[in-house]
Design a protein around this ligand. Structure first.
Ligand SMILES: [Zn+2]
Length: 769
C-alpha cells in the first residue's frame, strides 16, 4: 500500500468511525440501551469459584462429600397399614469441618396432624376442588402420618438427645464429630402408612376394594441424613411438599419383612433370592437374565390373581443390599405381576424390570419393560452407561415418582379395559421420565430441594430425546407415520407459558416452593431451553460433548447450577452468559421480527445526505478518498437509470479502482451485485437469540443465514443488515422452522403476511398444547 493511499484510507477510516460512533450514541439513546447487557459476564449471579468447585465447572481439588451408610430392619404391617423400622446409620464426615450436631430428614412429618404444610398456602376458594381433596380438606380430620421416633441411641446404646423441628431432626452429639471421623447411631420409629391415592403423597398404598388388597409403594420411610456440603453447610430447608430431596450417597443393607404371599422389589441387589422365590420363579429369572429382546414373566397374572385371595398370616424377609445410592425405596403387594429382561452394556447386563397389578394390564405387560430398557439405552448414550444392575418400573395409580433403581408410574386402562392414546403415551412418557431420573438426580446428585430444574429440567430434556427415539425404534407402538407426541420439549409448546401473564411466571433460577406453575417452570421451560441450546445455539456435537462432560464430572457427586453452566461453556467454547441470563435468570421471552426493508442502488454521485454531511464539514469530494455511494430507492437520489446496473457501471471511483488495482482476469471474476437491501430486524422480546433468516429471491431460490446471537450485543432492540445480491429479494422470514420459541410470529415475515391468518396459526399452535 503506498503512502498517499494509506493517508486516504486512514481519513476514510476516521470518517467511518465518526459516523458510526455518532449513530451508535443515537441508537443507544433512542433505545434506552444501558450497560446492563444480557451479554455481560455472569460474575454477579455466580458463586465465586474456589478449591471445592473450579471455575471450569468441575469438582475442585478439595471437593468432598459426606457418606451415610444404613443398616435397616423394616416390618410392614399390612393389616394395620403401619411400618416399623430400626436403623443404624454410620455417618462419615469427609468435610474439613467439625460437626457439633447432625441433621436428619423426617419427610413423613409433612403429614403430621398439625403439619405446617397444611397452612402454608394463601389461596382462596378455587374454581373447583378435586373430590378427594375436598373430602380431606373439609370433611375428615387430618391424617396422622408423621414419624413416631421411639429412640435415638449412640453405638453403646446410650440415648442421644434430639430436637424435631417440623420435618427436620437435630441429633446432638456428646462431642463434635471431627473432620474425617465417623459416628454410628441407631433410631427406632414407626408411622401410619397413608393412602397415596387420597393424600397425593409420593409414597403409601392403594387399596383395591374388589379383592381387599393393597399395593404399597414405599419411600421416605426412614430418617435420612441431610446433606452437609461446601455450598449449604447443612441443607436443612424444611420439606414443604414441592421442593424434593437433597440426599447423601451411601451403602444400604435393608431387611424388609412383609406378608409371605407378597412379592417385593426395591433399591439394591436381592441377597436371599432362594428364600423368597419359588422354584418356578427361579427358573424364569434365569431365563430373563438371558432374554435381551423381550421380557420374561417371573410372576404371572394367574399367580398374582391366586395370591390376591391368600392373606397369609406368615411373613417373609427380603434382604437387599445397595452400594453408592442416595436413597432407598421399595414396592410390595400380593397383587403384583412381575416381568424382566436383560439390557446389554458392554460386558455388563442390566435388568429392566416391571411390577404391576392386573389392573394395569394389558398395557403394562406390553410396554412397561420395553420403555424401561429403551430409557436405559437412550439416556446412557447421552450421558454414561447406567451403572446400577437393574431399573424397576412399578405401576401405582396417579404416581410418577423416582428413587434409585425403582420408580412409580401411572397409566391404567379404564374399567372396560379401553386404552386411550392419552393413557398409553402418558404411561410410556412417565416411565421414560421416572426411570430417567436415575441419571438426574439419583446419580448426578443435584440438590432438588433448592433447584427443581436441575433434575426435572435436565430429565425432561432427556425424556424428550428418548421419546423421539422411542418413536423411531418402535414405530409399531405409535400412530402410523407419526412423531412421538411429546408433551414438552418442542419450542412451540413453551410459547403459551412464556408469553403469559408475567405476574405468574418465575425465573427458572428459583426455589421450587416459591415458583408459580412448577411444571412449566422446572420441567417445560428448562427442557425447551436445553433443546434449543442443543439444536439451534450450540449444535449437537458441541452440546452433546459438553453435556456428557457435565454428566461424567458430576456422576456420583453433588453439582450446583454454576457447575452445570460453567461446564457447558468450558467444554464447548460457546459463550453462553446471555443464554443463561435470558432463559434461566429472567422471565423474558423470545420475539424477533423483520421491521423494514429498504432497497438501494449504486449511485454515480454523492447522495443528498452525503452532500449535507460534506457541506457541514466544509469538505469536497476531492478531499475524501474514493467513495461509493448508495441511493435509497425511495429517495430523491434515485433515478431509474441506476436500477439493476452493475456497481462499476454507476460508480466512477469503483470503476477506476478496479482498473488500477485488478488484472483483467480478476475483473472478470469479480461479483457485481445489482441489488442492495438494508434490512432492519427488531427484537421486542428480552432474550437474545441467533437471528435465523430465510431470504427468498425472485427466481424462487432461497438463502438461509443465521446471524449469531452476538448480533444483539450492542443494540438490544434493533439491528440492520445489508444484503448485496444479484437477484431481487422478494421475501424474508425470521425463524422459518419455529425453533426459537418466538412468541409472536406475526412480525416474522416481509412482506408482512395477512396478520389474521398468522394470528390464527399462532392460536392453533397454542391449542395444540
Ligand atoms: Zn421428575
Amino acid at each position: 500500500m503506498n503512502k498517499l493511499k494509506y493517508c486516504f484510507a486512514s481519513l476514510l477510516f476516521l470518517f467511518a468511525a465518526v459516523v458510526s460512533a455518532q449513530e451508535e450514541v443515537k441508537v443507544e439513546r433512542e433505545q434506552g440501551h444501558t450497560a446492563q447487557s444480557k451479554f455481560r459476564q455472569m460474575y454477579q449471579e455466580f458463586a465465586t469459584p474456589n478449591t471445592y468447585r473450579s471455575a471450569s465447572g468441575a469438582p475442585g481439588p478439595d471437593y468432598y462429600q459426606q457418606q451415610a451408610n444404613y443398616k435397616m430392619d423394616i416390618l410392614l404391617d399390612d393389616k394395620n397399614t403401619k411400618i416399623y423400622g430400626t436403623e443404624t446409620i454410620t455417618y462419615i464426615n469427609n468435610s474439613p469441618d467439625d460437626l457439633e450436631f447432625l441433621w436428619l430428614q423426617l419427610d413423613q412429618n409433612v403429614r403430621t396432624k398439625d403439619s405446617k404444610s397444611l397452612l402454608k398456602d394463601g389461596d382462596g376458594v378455587p374454581l373447583a376442588e378435586p373430590t378427594e381433596g375436598f373430602v380431606q380438606k373439609y370433611m375428615t380430620g387430618n391424617f396422622d402420618g408423621g414419624f413416631n421416633i421411639e429412640y435415638v441411641k449412640d453405638a453403646s446404646g446410650k440415648e442421644l438427645p434430639y430436637t424435631i423441628n417440623q420435618t427436620m431432626m437435630r441429633v446432638d452429639l456428646p462431642q463434635s464429630l471431627k473432620s474425617k471421623a465417623q459416628v454410628s447411631f441407631s433410631i427406632k420409629w414407626w408411622y401410619n402408612i397413608p393412602d397415596h391415592t387420597v393424600s397425593r403423597a409420593r409414597s403409601g398404598y392403594e387399596y383395591f376394594p374388589e379383592d381387599g388388597n393393597r399395593a404399597y409403594v414405599i419411600a421416605q420411610f426412614f430418617p435420612r441424613m441431610a446433606v452437609y456440603s461446601d455450598v449449604e453447610g447443612w441443607q436443612n430447608h424444611q420439606f414443604w411438599g414441592s421442593g424434593e430431596f437433597a440426599l447423601t450417597f451411601g451403602d444400604y443393607e435393608v431387611n424388609i419383612t412383609v406378608p409371605a404371599d407378597h412379592i417385593l422389589d426395591g433399591t439394591g441387589e436381592l441377597q436371599n433370592r432362594k428364600d423368597v422365590f419359588s422354584k418356578e420363579m427361579m427358573d424364569r429369572f434365569e431365563k430373563a437374565k438371558k432374554s435381551y429382546d423381550k421380557p420374561v414373566i417371573i410372576v404371572t397374572q394367574a399367580e398374582a390373581e391366586a395370591a390376591e385371595k391368600g392373606f397369609s398370616e406368615k411373613t417373609k424377609t427380603w434382604k437387599l443390599k445397595a452400594q453408592n445410592v442416595r436413597d432407598f425405596a421399595f414396592a410390595t403387594s400380593r397383587k403384583f405381576i412381575w416381568d424382566m429382561q436383560a439390557v446389554k452394556f458392554g460386558a455388563r447386563d442390566v435388568m429392566a424390570v416391571s411390577m404391576y397389578p392386573k389392573e394395569g394390564n394389558p398395557l403394562w405387560e406390553d410396554l412397561s419393560t420395553k420403555a424401561v430398557a429403551h430409557t436405559l439405552r437412550s439416556y446412557s448414550a447421552h450421558t454414561f452407561d447406567y451403572p446400577y444392575h437393574k431399573a424397576i418400573s412399578v405401576h401405582a395409580k396417579n404416581q410418577g415418582m423416582e428413587y434409585p433403581m425403582i420408580c412409580w408410574n401411572y397409566g391404567r386402562p379404564d374399567e372396560n379395559g379401553n386404552i386411550s392414546d392419552r393413557v398409553k403415551y402418558g404411561m410410556i412418557s412417565v416411565i421414560i421420565h421416572e426411570v430417567g431420573h436415575n441419571f438426574f438426580p439419583m446419580i448426578v446428585n443435584s440438590d432438588e430441594r433448592q433447584w427443581g430444574w436441575m433434575d426435572e429440567g435436565l430429565d425432561t430434556f432427556m425424556q424428550y430425546m428418548a421419546e423421539q427415539e422411542f418413536g423411531e425404534a418402535f414405530p409399531d407402538d405409535i400412530a402410523p407415520n407419526a412423531k412421538y407426541p411429546s408433551r414438552r420439549g418442542d419450542p412451540s409448546k413453551i410459547v403459551p407459558y412464556m408469553s403469559g401473564d408475567q405476574s405468574t411466571i418465575s425465573p427458572i433460577m428459583e426455589n421450587p416452593e416459591n415458583v408459580y406453575q412448577l411444571g412449566n417452570n422446572a420441567y417445560g421451560k428448562p427442557a425447551t431451553a436445553l433443546n434449543i441450546l442443543r439444536e439451534t445455539v450450540m449444535g449437537r456435537d458441541l452440546f452433546d460433548h459438553a453435556f456428557k462432560t457435565y454428566s461424567h464430572r458430576w456422576m456420583f457427586k453433588h453439582p450446583t447450577p454454576e457447575d452445570f453452566f460453567r461446564t457447558m461453556e468450558d467444554a464447548s467454547a460457546v459463550d453462553l452468559d446471555w443464554f443463561w441470563r435470558g432463559w434461566f435468570y429472567t422471565t423474558d421471552y423470545v420475539d424477533i421480527g423483520v421491521k423494514e426493508v429498504k432497497k438501494y442502488f449504486v449511485s454515480n454521485k454523492p447522495t443528498k445526505k452525503m452532500q449535507e454531511y460534506m457541506a457541514e464539514r466544509n469538505v469536497t469530494e476531492a478531499d475524501l478518498p474514493p467513495l461509493v455511494y448508495l441511493a435509497d430507492e425511495e429517495s430523491e437520489d434515485f433515478n431509474a437509470d441506476l436500477k439493476g446496473k452493475a456497481p462499476s457501471e454507476n460508480s466512477k471511483t469503483l470503476n477506476e479502482y478496479m482498473m488500477d488495482n485488478m488484472t483483467a482476469v480478476e475483473r472478470a471474476a469479480v461479483k457485481q451485485p445489482k441489488y442492495f437491501y438494508e434490512i432492519t430486524f427488531n427484537k421486542p422480546g428480552g432474550i437474545p437469540m441467533p437471528l435465523i433468516v430465510e431470504y427468498t429471491y425472485a427466481d424462487g431460490t432461497k438463502e438461509n443465514i443465521t446471524y449469531p446471537p452476538e448480533i444483539w450485543r450492542k443494540s438490544d432492540k434493533e439491528v440492520k443488515r445489508v444484503m448485496a445480491t444479484q437477484k431481487e429479494l422478494v421475501g424474508i422470514m425470521v425463524d422459518p422452522k419455529a425453533e426459537t420459541a418466538d412468541i409472536d410470529t406475526t412480525n416474522n415475515s416481509w412482506p408482512k403476511k395477512d396478520e389474521k391468518s398468522d394470528f390464527d396459526q399462532f392460536k392453533e399452535n397454542i391449542k395444540g398444547e
